[in-house]
Structure formats: structure tokens, C-alpha cells
Design a protein around this ligand. Structure first.
Ligand code: SF4
Length: 425
């Protein structure tokens, strides 16, 4: 199928299998790893346990050369047992941190399972600390707790926490929502500028002083499909959501840009002039990587919340066949345009019952399985090729120039498995 033509039957109305059982995912603290790189004067203080500190350290790796901009205020047993006033200690620790680090302009108190269990009131602490340290530092809070969340929800909770304090504006503007690597964000800005769309705000901004405001004339386009709470928070501020396919691959990027261009009255000739060359480059790059993907089957466990747009990209641009597309949450108002493009056929699932899903995966024997780290090793040991979902969030994959790399993320494990088979023969 040419990807210029939408399928006759998309997946928007397809039946969804909803599962509510045990699930295997990382918690929302993981988002700190990419958020702290994006917001260059922010500090993320996890209020948690030694487990939370270990998770952060291992997710961040050991490549920290400068003083890090995240840390963990560890709740000791006396805090957990209610013997110490954790609230007072937290305020004292934050005071020390801010005094020592004048580079910090935004401080996020990040809740965890332990802080939620002992009902530490981080919202109250953030409010109090914001008053104490204004105007130099703004203190906000959100939860990265692993209870009933997935790892990408950390970014959603963080961005949503910023929306209520954004200044009000009446200006007609476009807001791009989602943390992308700076170089990818610049590419998007450049494409929009070439179309004449220059009044563009980005949430999250790189620095606390970057202009960022919201109001009734703000139209926003999501860059990530896992930003449901942020979407709701922006709508509460009067901004309007622009539904669009997500900018993965040549088709997704064109669809996303087209939705923005239509909203801002860009004519067809301008749109073609700006998009034709990068689109052709993306199509060529994807075609190259897709050689080893075409005709192969894929199975998605619910993890990153990118599953539906990626299934759309892999089936329509890389010729793969999706067997099951699991996603932690299926927000049709966010994923509708991607669901329209995903041809009916794969089983859609929302939520997880991991044992039942593993049974379905083993029965289907897909050529490639996209899943979390915890499932990847056992499935590899059983002979299935896997792709870690978390890599899709850590790697630049959005917009035209990254389309080939995105396809490459999926073709590499396929090629590795083929090479292993060849070696064993
Ligand atoms: Fe574990 Fe909860 Fe801490 Fe995440 S927030 S590392 S799930 S204890």
C-alpha cells in the first residue's frame, strides 16, 4: 500500500481488549533522565527511598561529568515510621541545595512510592518553598511514583505541573508540547519558520526565562502521545489541541506538519516547497532500513505509549505486519489520527495482564517483539527477537531527518537475530 492513501478501514473503531492485571513497566522517575537534559536550569529532587536513587543512577548511567541536576532526598526509616518530621527536613535540604547551587532556577520535588505511602504533602512543600525562594527559583511538584503508572507518565506529570503557573497571553501562537532533543526541536522550528509560522512556544522551555505563556488563542500540537494530563491542563487554560498523526517517519511528519499548516493558513505550494526535499530524504532513508523489515511481523507489549504511532509507521512505511499493539492507555482524542491510518487487523490492547499477553506472544511467534527490559531477556532466551521500548524515548526519532534512524532501531535487532541464526547453522 502506498502510504499516501489512508486504509479503507482504520483502527479508530476497532475493538480494544482491555486488561487490568499485573504489568511490567518502569516508573515515572525515568523521565528525569531526559527532562533534566532538556531543561538546562532545572533540578529534579526525588523524595524517595534508596531504591529510587538506584533506579535513577542506573537509568542515567555513569556518564555524569558535571554536577548532576537531579538527586534523591532519601527517606530514612525514621521518616517512614513517622518518627521524624520529613516535611521540615525536606524544606531544610531544599534550602541548602538552593544556597549551594545558584544555577538552579526551577526545582521539581518529585514524589515516589514511599513519599506517597507516608502521605508527604509535596504540593504544600513546593508552595511554601516557592514563596521562600521567589523570584529566583520556582518550586513545583509532581509524582513519578511507580504505583499504577508507566515510565513516560513522568514527563506528562512534570509538564502538567508547569501549566497552571504559565503567564496568560492573548497572542495567537503555536505551542509544541513534549521534550525533544534540542537538535530535533530546532529542525521542527526551522520547517515551521520556512512556512511562515514563527510565533512558536515550546513546553518545556529550555530555560526558566525563555518566553512561554498560554491563553485562548494558543493552539498546541503534541510531540509525544503520552501527554494526556498536560493536554487537559492546557485545555483548562483555554488553549486548543490540534489533533494530528505523530511526527514519526515521512508520513507521520508530513501529516503532523499538514495539520499545523492548515491551522495557520499555509498554502499548498509553500507546504510542498518546504516539505518535498526532506520528505524525499526521509522516504529514501526509511526504504533502506525497511529492507529487512518488510513482510515481518511485530508484537507490541504496552510500555512507552508510543506503540500505536509506531505500529502505524512500521506497517505503512516499512511493510511490517502488526499482530498485537498493546498500549498502557488508549486516548482516542490523542491517537485518533494515527488509529485512522493504522489498517484494521492487529489486536489492540489497553492495559496489561502480563502472563496472558506473554501466552499470546509465544503463540504468535512474532519476528520482532517490542517490550520492556524485564521481558526482553526471557523472550530473547526463548528465541524471539526483541526491541527495548525505552530506547525509543531515549533516541532522537521524530521528524524527517530521524526517520531512517527510527526504522533502523527496528531493523538492527532483526539483522542481529538473522546473523545469530546464520552463525548457529
Ligand atoms: Fe521503585 Fe516506586 Fe521509587 Fe519508582 S518510585 S523506583 S517504583 S519505589
Amino acid at each position: 500500500m502506498s502510504f499516501d492513501t489512508p486504509p479503507s478501514t482504520g483502527c479508530r473503531e476497532a475493538p480494544v481488549l482491555r486488561e487490568r492485571g499485573q504489568h511490567e513497566v518502569f516508573c515515572g522517575l525515568t523521565g528525569i533522565i531526559w527532562l533534566h537534559r532538556k531543561m538546562q536550569d532545572a533540578f529534579f529532587l526525588v523524595v524517595g527511598s534508596r531504591t529510587c536513587a538506584h533506579l535513577l543512577q542506573s537509568a542515567a548511567g555513569v556518564m555524569i561529568f558535571a554536577e548532576p541536576r537531579f538527586g534523591t532526598a532519601i527517606l530514612e526509616e525514621t521518616d517512614l515510621a513517622g518518627l521524624a518530621d520529613a516535611q521540615v527536613e525536606l524544606e531544610r535540604e531544599v534550602g541548602r541545595l538552593i544556597a549551594r547551587r545558584p544555577d538552579i532556577r526551577q526545582l521539581f520535588l518529585v514524589g515516589s512510592c514511599p513519599s506517597e505511602v507516608i502521605k508527604l504533602d509535596l504540593a504544600r512543600a513546593a508552595e511554601k518553598l516557592s514563596v521562600q525562594h521567589a523570584p529566583h527559583v520556582r518550586v513545583l511538584n509532581y509524582s513519578g511514583s511507580g504505583i499504577e503508572t508507566t515510565f513516560t507518565q513522568g514527563e506528562d506529570a512534570c509538564l502538567a505541573s508547569m501549566v497552571p503557573s504559565l503567564p496568560e497571553t492573548d497572542a495567537r501562537q503555536l505551542m509544541l508540547v513534549g521534550a525533544l532533543p534540542d537538535v530535533v526541536e530546532d529542525q521542527a522550528r526551522d520547517l515551521l519558520a520556512q512556512m511562515g509560522i514563527t510565533d512558536v512556544a515550546i513546553l518545556p522551555a529550555r530555560r526558566a526565562d525563555d518566553p512561554l505563556s498560554v491563553g485562548p488563542n494558543t493552539v498546541f500540537a503534541l510531540l509525544q502521545p503520552f501527554l494526556g494530563d498536560t493536554l487537559a491542563a492546557l485545555e483548562r487554560r483555554g488553549a486548543r489541541h490540534l489533533p494530528a498523526p505523530f511526527p514519526f517517519g515521512a508520513e507521520g511528519t508530513t501529516g503532523w506538519l499538514r495539520a499545523v499548516a492548515n491551522e495557520f493558513g499555509v498554502d499548498d505550494a509553500t507546504f510542498e516547497r518546504v516539505t518535498a526535499a526532506p520528505r524525499a530524504r526521509a522516504t529514501r532513508a526509511v526504504a533502506q532500513a525497511a529492507e529487512s523489515l518488510s513482510g515481518k511481523s511485530i508484537f507490541f507489549f504496552p510500555d512507552s505509549q508510543l506503540e500505536i504511532p509506531l505500529a502505524r509507521f512500521l506497517t505503512r512505511e516499512c511493510g511490517m505486519r502488526a499482530i498485537e499493539v498493546g498500549t498502557p492507555f488508549l486516548h482516542k482524542n490523542i491517537l485518533g489520527p494515527d488509529l485512522d491510518l493504522l489498517e484494521a487487523g492487529p489486536q489492540l490492547t489497553e492495559g496489561q495482564d502480563v502472563e496472558r499477553q506473554l501466552d499470546r506472544c509465544r503463540a504468535a511467534q512474532p519476528d520482532l517483539t517490542v517490550c520492556g527490559l524485564g521481558l526482553a531477556n526471557p523472550l530473547e532466551a526463548e528465541g524471539l527477537a526483541t526491541k527495548w521500548a525505552i530506547e525509543l524515548v531515549f533516541t532522537p526519532v521524530h521528524f524527517y531527518e530521524q526517520a531512517g534512524d527510527l526504522a533502523g532501531l527496528f531493523s538492527r535487532p532483526m539483522r542481529r537475530r538473522a546473523a545469530l541464526k546464520l552463525g548457529a547453522a
